[in-house]
Design a protein around this ligand. Structure first.
Ligand SMILES: [Zn+2]
Length: 502
């Protein structure tokens, strides 16, 4: 079995993963700018890195996962011009910028929770780390990497010979893409803002050695990554669109301030497209996650379960684009139901086998109807190979289908492999803890927590009651026996029927 290899954007090749400190991985992923609802593009990024974190934990690493919340400094224009996105939204919604930040931070985590994305270990907010950012800017000025002019502070990109190494852009190329403002006070067009002077109307402002102002967007990630993970970190992740300028600037700031390599492995996820076109808020074609979950969007014919969205995203590799269409979601839904159906079946069979084995005592603890063993080692090796190959979830899902599908008919005919318990235990770990697409005992095919379970049960009890009144014993018994197989016991009393989960 091969060892874990990651595709490092910095070297543009797959490299074996070697942690800085044995047994520990520090991961920083750029979090959302909280001025709007999260959409499918966000889901792709955060589900992808969620699986990365989960897989490291599965391999036995202690992980510290840091993902920031940008609530200041992200301007509407990459060339340090335009309005702060938070301020702009606060004007539109007639709220304080901090109310906007709270509102959309809440919605971000709410939607990620629904997608079963685990919360980061630390979710630092940019506005909570202004002193750290100011300290880093001071250091950059002292070391000759930054200069102050009229209350603004800029990073001098010519002061770092390897500026552009992540995106592969030379300084000329970096500059040619920029709209140069005639009023710009930068020495070089590619210089970027570390601190911006606040004009009289600007709401979000802090005191600094250069007067009242606010930090540039890039400096928050450098300051917070360093604070929580150190000067050199194992892994930095983010969307491909942030490779330049954002990540390039993060490198310049950290390496300029510390004279040490900032990141060992850069991981970038690709985007979600809609009919081949990039999907994004600024392009006006982004469907928010809430709209997926409720079906309320003109491009959607119905609501989609979070579980299906997560499964759909994992069916493509994080470095590939995911082309979204409802028909693609429909196939994902079918695949998801088939896979979780098999997983449920394996788990039930394993539980029954364990129950029967313990009921018949230790003397005859062998499974009821063994038909040899399932080749669990081959399944494990295959799945580990997929994941060790730069977290290839798409291949892992395909491999799961390939290996588990033949088991369906075997189990239906009652021929249980004698290691069904171990198989079930492994699948709970892999599909539950690593991929996050299934957990034992959850009604996965029906919609999990959103399913109105009580009402459905009452409906079944009512139908059974009517059947009994009409002396249709066959229907009444069928409902009771089928529910019993699912672990639900019906009890008939004088006041009607009730049910109980076993
Ligand atoms: Zn960032």
């Amino acid at each position: 079995m091969q060892k874990l290899q990651l595709f490092n954007t910095l070297s543009r090749k797959k490299e074996p993963f070697i942690p800085l400190r044995e047994g520990f991985v520090g991961i920083y992923v750029c979090g959302p700018t909280v001025y709007g609802d999260p959409h499918l593009g966000h889901a792709k990024s955060y589900v992808s890195f969620d699986v990365v974190v989960r897989y490291f934990r599965y391999l036995g690493y202690r992980v510290r996962y840091v993902q920031n919340i940008t609530d200041v400094g992200h301007l509407t224009d990459d060339a340090d011009e335009g309005e702060d996105k938070m301020t702009r939204q606060s004007r539109i919604e007639r709220l304080e910028p901090m109310e906007i930040a709270e509102k959309y931070t809440y919605r971000y985590f709410r939607d990620m929770d629904r997608l079963n994305v685990l919360r980061p270990d630390i979710a630092p907010r940019a506005t909570g780390h202004i002193p750290e950012q100011i300290a880093m800017i001071k250091k950059l000025i002292e070391k000759g990497h930054a200069y102050e002019t009229g209350g603004n502070v800029y990073f001098d990109v010519t002061s770092l010979p390897d500026y552009g190494k992540l995106s592969g852009r030379t300084l000329d190329e970096a500059e040619s893409g920029l709209r140069v403002e005639t009023s710009s006070d930068k020495k070089n067009p590619a210089d970027f803002a570390l601190w911006k002077k606040a004009d009289d109307m600007h709401i979000m402002r802090w005191d600094s050695p250069w007067g009242e102002g606010f930090p540039g967007w890039h400096i928050e990630c450098s300051a917070m990554a360093t604070k929580y993970l150190g000067k050199t970190i194992d892994i930095h992740g983010g969307g491909l669109e942030n490779q330049f300028p954002h990540h390039e600037c993060e490198i310049a700031q950290c390496e300029g301030a510390h004279d040490e390599p900032f990141v060992r492995y850069w991981l970038h996820n690709n985007m979600v497209t809609l009919n081949g076109q990039k999907m994004g808020k600024s392009l006006g074609n982004a469907i928010s996650l809430e709209q997926f979950f409720t079906g309320k969007h003109k491009l959607l014919s119905r609501a989609w379960q979070p579980e299906v969205i997560r499964f759909f995203l994992l069916q493509s590799h994080y470095r590939s684009t995911t082309d979204f269409s409802e028909s693609a979601l429909e196939s994902a839904e079918t695949g998801y139901r088939n896979l979780t159906g098999i997983l449920d079946q394996i788990q039930r069979t394993a539980e029954n086998a364990a129950g029967l084995a313990s009921a018949s005592g230790p003397e005859s603890a062998s499974p009821v109807s063994g038909s040899g063993s399932f080749n669990l080692q081959a399944l494990k090796n295959g799945l580990h190979d997929c994941m060790n190959d730069d977290f290839n979830t798409a291949r892992a899902v395909g491999f799961l289908f390939e290996k588990l599908r033949p088991l369906k008919s075997t189990l239906q005919s009652g021929n249980n492999p004698d290691n069904i318990g171990e198989l079930s235990e492994f699948l709970t770990k892999f599909c539950g803890d690593v991929l996050g697409i299934w957990s034992p005992g959850v009604a996965s095919a029906g919609g999990g927590e959103n399913l109105p379970f009580e009402q459905v049960m009452q409906l079944l009890l009512d139908i059974r009651q009517d059947a009994r009144k009409n002396k249709d014993w066959a229907t009444a018994d069928r409902i009771r026996n089928s529910l019993a197989e699912l672990g639900i016991t019906i009890e008939d009393g004088s006041g009607g029927s009730t049910y109980k989960l076993s």
